[in-house]
Design a protein around this ligand. Structure first.
Ligand code: KMH
Ligand code: ZN
Length: 301
């Protein structure tokens, strides 16, 4: 039987703005439709952010998630609620939806970092909305804050509910931070490690970066982890292909990349998932169903 690869679809995120792509889902209806398409295309996990329907700004309110999550749950996919929110939010606000809705998975960002949005501004000089410009200008001095206390706060708010984590690691130190949390008994079971490549402020998106993160994860976590990758922007499919060939899982979606190919905007995560499907076919691999993903990751179901 072919090895099963867990595909996560990150539906909308908080960094891309509506002016960047007409296909970025913004309203609850659009986010739900995007989630349904992604699940049909083979995504086992849906990584979920909410947005204000009118402005498209990130919305970390319970009400905002409440308009989306029940319908996404009906797809049967594993629901993964962000605790990253946006780098402009504090941790108490960021963790509230995951603590309230008690999903099977929540993201957990494993260290602080500079968070650069400037390359996007260079690529999209005509951002139409005022907040988009403020969003980008504010990023010059932006730290995505995830102190040890912040990480402990998220673990403490979600672990008692049986929620497990997509540990987002943007550089090698974040893998070491995860080991530290395991050693302190704050993380148990098989960790689901999402290594993130190509964001300004984090590790790059070259093959050497992928092999380095994998080697450091192996050194700190041994055999006891499930490894997934996401490549930001144009690196998405290349990084996904590397992971699949190296025994890992993959994440795609318009949160991470707006692109379907050079200069071609993706219409949906489903299009990116189909491209991953072709890579997996070529490698003799197949996509894990949601229940297979639950088994691999030890989720509560
Ligand atoms: N936008 C991703 C690179 C989160 O939601 O916790 C990071 C992310 C953060 O997914
Ligand atoms: Zn996210």
């Amino acid at each position: 039987m072919s090895r099963k690869v867990i595909v996560t679809a990150a539906l909308t995120g908080a960094i891309h703005t509506p002016g960047m792509s007409p296909h970025l889902p913004v309203t609850p209806e659009q986010i739900i439709a995007e989630g349904r398409r992604a699940a049909q295309a083979g995504a086992a996990i849906l990584h979920v952010h909410a947005r204000h329907p009118k402005t498209g700004q990130p919305d970390q309110s319970i009400a905002g998630f409440g308009r989306i999550l029940p319908a996404l749950k009906e797809t049967g996919a594993v629901i993964n609620v962000t605790t990253g929110g946006s780098p402009f939010m504090q941790v108490a606000e960021r963790v509230a939806p995951a603590a309230h809705f008690r999903p099977e998975l929540a993201s957990l960002n494993m260290g602080s970092m500079n968070f650069g949005l400037y390359p996007m501004q260079a690529r999209f000089p005509d951002l139409p909305q005022e907040w988009e410009n403020a969003h980008l200008e504010g990023s010059r001095d932006l730290v995505f804050r995830n102190t040890f206390a912040d990480v402990e706060h998220v673990l403490g708010a979600c672990s008692p509910n049986g929620t497990r984590f997509e540990f987002e690691c943007y550089d090698t130190a974040h893998l070491r931070n995860l080991r530290h949390m395991i050693d302190r008994g704050l993380v148990t079971g098989t960790p689901f490690v999402q290594t993130v490549f190509g964001l300004l402020g984090g590790i790059g998106a070259d093959p050497e970066d992928v092999t380095l993160m994998r080697a450091v994860a192996d050194r700190h976590l041994g055999d006891e982890y499930a490894w997934s990758v996401l490549g930001a922007g144009a690196a998405q499919l290349r990084i996904a292909a590397m992971s699949a060939a190296m025994g890992g899982h993959v994440r795609v979606g318009l949160e991470d990349s707006l692109w379907a190919g050079p200069g071609v905007l993706a219409q949906s995560a489903a299009e990116q998932i189909a491209a991953v499907g072709k890579v997996l076919d070529g490698l003799g691999l197949s996509m894990a169903s949601p229940d297979e993903a639950r088994g691999i990751l030890g989720l509560k179901g």
